[in-house]
Design a protein around this ligand. Structure first.
Ligand code: SF4
Length: 348
């Protein structure tokens, strides 16, 4: 086995330069073998996790206008919306009827929404309906704080008090400022994204992180991204309040405003395994069934992943090609040769 891979398998942290060498110069099968070995060390046993939640896109108004997004609308668009509390309540009841007890609130950057809307929604979901809520990407959090003339720390206190229990590491795409300038120049810089999540972790709001590949990112930028994530996790106060998991996504062709390329299966599995190898401080790696399909997803469970992410009841930003019922998730994991277990969004 490659020396750097063996080093990682033996439990020693590898450097970004060593990870780059692995990505560029090592066969995907060797990397997958090492990723699987590390997964078995970090998550012993044969268990594979899944969770069940409903994504509620509370508004589609967004001023950020990422080049890859087909979901956002300007505030004056006839298709623009902000969901009422009643509409969110109805969607939550539907989710609960299908077995989901968690809501993932995700919207755009809509400065017309008052802070009281967010606290009312959170209080309704957690206190009235008894569901757990993950919500708000870093750019949403930063712009909500700005719009209300409060600091990010103050905003996080308010949202946590209202019921927010975790935050997604959404909007990372590729944490390289060259790529961010091309894909979403109005989003946060790579360092701002990390600092925002680090602030959430300090406030006791854990979450997840991801990478999205399949555009014109370079191998160096992929490693830069992984290193940003690992360094941010190193700043977390403890393991319970940082990134609980990491997912490798691929860009989906929603618009023709940015270069997109097919990510081959071997390329995906190699990156999934390298994520397991490099991110030695993040407990779980999730495979993206949505982006890569069920067959490759099954192989991902032998390449470092120990989780299939989620059954998805609704998602507007990305069309759903994954599993949609708890029974289907459990059957998929069992058929793949593993023992399914249901976890919360926070891996509680
Ligand atoms: S991806 Fe998110 S931040 Fe970007 S334009 Fe769409 S809704 Fe806005």
């Amino acid at each position: 086995m490659n020396t750097n891979l063996q080093k990682a398998v033996d439990g020693t942290r590898i450097t970004p330069a060593e990870a780059l060498d692995i990505l560029k110069n090592t066969s995907w099968t060797e990397v997958v073998e090492a990723g699987d070995a590390i997964r078995r060390r970090m998550n012993p046993g044969n268990r594979v996790g899944y969770t069940a939640f409903r994504i509620v896109n509370y508004t589609n108004v967004c001023e950020v206008t990422c080049s890859f997004c087909s979901f956002c609308r300007p505030a004056h668009s006839p298709e623009a919306y902000v969901l009422s509390l009643d509409e969110i309540r109805r969607k939550t009841l539907e989710a609960k009827a299908k077995g989901a007890d968690q809501i993932f609130l995700q919207g755009g950057v809509n400065r017309d929404i008052p802070l009281s809307y967010y606290t009312d929604v959170l209080q309704m979901l957690t206190r009235e309906m008894g569901v757990k809520v993950r919500g708000f990407s870093p750019v949403e959090l930063v712009r909500i704080a700005e719009s209300n003339n409060i600091t990010l720390d103050e905003l996080l206190d308010v949202l946590k008090e209202a019921g927010l229990s975790s935050v997604p590491g959404a909007g990372a795409e590729i944490l390289s400022d060259r790529m961010r300038q091309m894909l979403s120049p109005r989003k946060l810089t790579a360092q701002q994204w990390c600092d925002t999540l680090a602030a959430c972790h300090r406030k006791g709001l854990p979450g997840s992180a991801n990478i999205v590949v399949g555009s014109v990112e370079t191998a160096e930028e992929i490693i830069e991204h992984l290193n940003y994530v690992r360094s941010t996790q190193d700043r977390a106060p403890d393991a319970a309040h940082g990134f609980k998991s990491f997912v490798v996504w691929t860009f989906q062709p929603q618009t023709d405003k940015f270069p997109i390329r097919h990510v081959r299966g071997d390329e995906y599995l190699k990156l999934l395994a390298l994520s397991r190898i490099f991110l030695d401080n993040i407990p779980h790696i999730e495979v993206s069934l949505l982006g890569m399909g069920l067959s490759l997803g099954e192989l991902g469970l032998h390449a470092g992943a120990d989780d299939i992410n989620s059954i998805v009841i609704e998602e507007n930003v990305l069309q759903n090609h994954g599993l949609t019922t708890i029974e289907a998730a459990e059957k998929f994991i069992t058929d793949a040769g593993f023992t399914p277990y249901r976890r919360s969004l926070n891996f509680d």
